[in-house]
Design a protein around this ligand. Structure first.
Ligand code: NAD
Length: 477
């Protein structure tokens, strides 16, 4: 449960925003020194609380290995902060732009100005990186920020609030604790930009709420990300990279491979090798030291329901990996499970899975795989395992997804120099690196008049110069 002492009266959300906006207007230009100092302060606060945060995340999930939190959260957060510190001067640099012949000698340039106050709404599955990387981006772009973390990871959300309050003034960064009602109020605020990470259904509501104030939005949503394995490419490396992406964080990853498309001749090999690979990753079974629990009972029951629904509709269910007799008991774990040839109408093929279940469908030709993907909403990620041959080229040029991973899963998220985001129902806009910096900055174009200018001759009374210029640009009459 959310700590009632930390949750705020809903009416105070608007007051906090007003204070931040007032402070921003008093001092709207954030120097590079102030931005870097904020990023360094954030980094120190995170690292100083690293052990406590790992404990709180694990308690919130029921269990998550400290290694997993280090690799999948802290690594990305610290790398991203360091990347922004290193590249800030380049990001902030004025960009000179082209001036047309008849406007010489003027100058045109773009300055990336802080937008003001950025709202950040986060989900529970990576409760640290999905609040702190957007925050670092907002600070790098010279903004103030208000964060609404998830109520499903209450200990971690409270600890984030505490460490932010120790490091920052509330006029600079504020954390608003609460559930869906607080989220609804938060999304109605007239922020200068709102970054929402969460489910597609809630994304719809957030976009409606933001439209009341025409708040610009980045929507980082979910969906069903396919993995296509080329004929003959069910190999050890393929399988370990697939298992890594599917089972990290217990499958509760927005860009996890949601379903696999396997060549029909490879199905048997795939099932055997998937199970062998899972056994190597998790020798102690689904209650082993590196296997994450399902976040709450509702999601546990939802996942069990997906398996049962698929079984009823004729799919073959195969539990993968080991279940040693010595395995300990732990709440809310689900074994890695293959759901083979599920009917397309089954719930597991309709909704985002967000758990350690992998439906496997077979295809005959690459065109079949492309048609299957294109008959569904555009995914957040698409993964391909195989040679970079004509089939690969055909798949990538005939499908549209937020990002692509070739011969690996998840790794694109860790690249600071790649935009990260979805398209269509998987989201709009992107962040990370320069794209994040730009989305939280206003690209202010300026035209600066020079001493003299041809354009002065292009007005009444129109004369020979105007005729000459018109002939040159538009051609003879
Ligand atoms: P969610 O949409 O239920 O919640 C996200 C946030 O919205 C939470 O802070 C929640 O309190 C708030 N919220 C809930 N109801 C609201 C309402 N009516 N109005 C306004 N705010 C409301 O998502 P979740 O279950 O926490 O996270 C899982 C989803 O997030 C999955 O769909 C996953 O794919 C997606 N996700 C996307 C990314 C990405 O980067 N694209 C990353 C992680 C998770």
């Amino acid at each position: 449960m959310m700590d009632p002492l930390l949750s705020v009266p809903i009416s105070s959300i608007g007051a906090t925003l007003s204070k931040q906006r007032e402070a921003f207007l008093k001092s709207p230009t954030a120097t590079i020194h102030r931005r870097k100092a904020n990023l360094k302060k954030l980094k120190s606060a995170i690292l100083a609380n690293r052990e406590r945060l790992k404990v709180s995340v694990s308690e919130d999930f029921g269990f998550r290995s400290f290694h997993e939190t280090d690799v999948l959260e802290f690594f990305g957060i610290i790398q991203s902060i360091d990347y922004m510190i290193k590249n800030l001067r380049k990001f902030m640099k004025r960009e000179n732009r082209h001036v047309g012949l008849f406007f010489r000698a003027a100058k045109a340039y773009v300055d990336y100005q802080p937008k003001g106050v950025i709202g950040i709404m986060a989900p529970w599955n990576y409760p640290l990186s999905l609040t702190l990387i957007p925050l670092a981006t907002a600070l790098a772009a010279g903004n103030r920020a208000m964060i609404k973390p998830s109520e499903l990871t209450p200990r971690t959300s409270s600890l984030i609030k505490q460490l932010i309050e120790e490091a920052f003034e509330p006029e600079e960064v504020a954390v608003i604790i609460g559930g869906a009602d607080v989220g609804a109020e938060f999304s109605h605020q007239p922020f200068d930009h709102l970054l929402f990470t969460g489910s597609t259904p809630v994304g719809h509501k957030v976009m409606k709420a933001a439209s009341d104030n025409l708040v610009p939005l980045t929507l980082e949503l979910g969906g069903k990300s396919p993995t296509v394995i080329a004929k003959g490419h069910v190999k050890q490396k393929t399988m370990s990279r697939l298992v890594f992406g599917k089972l990290s964080n217990g499958g509760q990853t927005c860009v996890a491979p949601d379903y696999a498309l396997i060549h029909e001749q490879d199905l048997e090999t795939f099932v055997t090798q998937f199970s062998d690979t899972v056994s190597k990753f998790y020798p102690d079974g689904p209650t082993g030291k590196d296997y994450t629990s399902i976040v709450n009972e509702r999601h546990q029951q939802r996942l069990i329901g997906l398996i049962e629904d698929a079984r009823r509709r004729g799919a073959k269910i195969v539990e993968a990996g080991l279940l040693p007799e010595s395995a300990i008991e732990r709440i809310r774990t689900i074994a890695p499970t293959l759901v083979i040839n599920p009917d397309d109408s089954s719930a597991i093929m309709q909704e985002e899975i967000f758990g350690p279940l992998l439906p496997v469908k077979t295809y005959r030709t690459m065109q079949d795989a492309i048609d299957f993907i294109n008959a569904r909403p555009r995914p957040l990620a698409l993964y391909y395992f195989g040679e970079k041959d004509s089939d690969c080229e055909k798949l990538l040029s005939n499908t549209t997804s937020g990002n692509v991973g070739i011969n690996n899963t998840l790794m694109h998220v860790a690249q600071d120099d790649l935009p990260f985001g979805g398209i269509g129902l998987s989201g709009m806009g992107a962040y990370h690196g320069i794209e994040g910096f730009k989305s939280m900055s206003h690209a202010k174009g300026t035209y600066e008049q020079g001493q003299w200018n041809f354009a002065d001759l292009l007005r009444a009374p129109f004369g020979k110069f105007a005729d000459f210029a018109l002939k040159l640009t538009l051609g003879r009459k």
